[in-house]
Ligand binder design. Structure first.
Ligand SMILES: C[S@@+](CC[C@H](N)C(=O)[O-])C[C@H]1O[C@@H](n2cnc3c(N)ncnc32)[C@H](O)[C@@H]1O
Length: 206
């Protein structure tokens, strides 16, 4: 990993992903997780403080980047719930079939290179009827915005850790065998539209 990926990017991602409008969306999703949770691409651990300790047994925080895991140390030390790191990518989840109650995905599906394999892995480790909570940004509904998302993604992903601006998040989740039971979408206020079309809600393993 380069100096940029190990030291600069974790700082930038942590800052960008802690903006208040993003924190407001996270707080609608993260506290709903319960039991044994797999958080995929846990990053700098921003979500740790938002879990409800009364309903969480344990969080497996899967995060392949050592730089991000380092950046997460402060949030880990203050975590109200037990967290165990899994230093692997979402394409290789090292957990048994049907073993977790919930999967949490926040601002990560945009980045995972083989998102289809990773989603299949999430589906595999969830118990039957298990819940996938998501809060992501992705492809906008407006053609003029999508045009810019497509134009900018090749350059954007070089500097943003592999982040794609134009992924149709809900389609990917459904294609992996989930049923989306709750979904909200909107552009986030005070942010450029190419990066701020949000998808958040709940999908269930079928
Ligand atoms: C934009 S950050 C979001 C971090 C965190 N989920 C949050 O909400 O703040 C994307 C994260 O995905 C991680 N990531 C990159 N490739 C991944 C992969 N193949 N599997 C799982 N996570 C990955 C990155 O290291 C990074 O921490």
């Amino acid at each position: 990993m380069s100096f940029y990926e190990n030291h600069v990017l974790p700082f930038v991602i942590d800052l960008a992903c802690s903006m208040q409008p993003i924190m407001d969306l996270r707080s609608q999703v993260v506290p709903r997780c319960h039991g044994t949770v797999l958080e995929v691409g846990a990053g700098s651990g921003i979500n740790f403080a938002l879990y409800n300790p009364a309903t969480i047994t344990k969080v497996y925080a899967l995060e392949p980047s050592e730089g991000m895991r380092q950046k997460a140390q402060k949030n880990l030390s203050r975590s109200p719930v037990p967290v165990e790191w899994l230093g692997l990518p979402g394409e290789q989840i090292p957990l048994a079939d049907n073993s977790v109650d919930c999967v949490l995905l926040t601002y990560t599906l945009c980045t995972i290179p083989d998102y289809a394999t990773a989603l299949k892995q999430m589906h595999r480790v969830l118990k039957p009827g298990g819940q996938l909570f998501f809060c992501e940004h992705g492809r906008a509904p407006d053609a003029d915005v999508v045009k810019w998302q497509n134009r900018l993604t090749p350059t954007w992903k070089k500097w943003a850790g592999g982040c794609h601006l134009n992924r149709p998040i809900a389609d990917y989740i459904r294609e992996a065998g989930f049923s989306i039971t709750e979904q909200e979408n909107n552009y986030m206020d005070k942010a450029p539209r190419f990066v701020s079309y949000m998808y958040y809600g709940l999908a269930v393993k079928i």
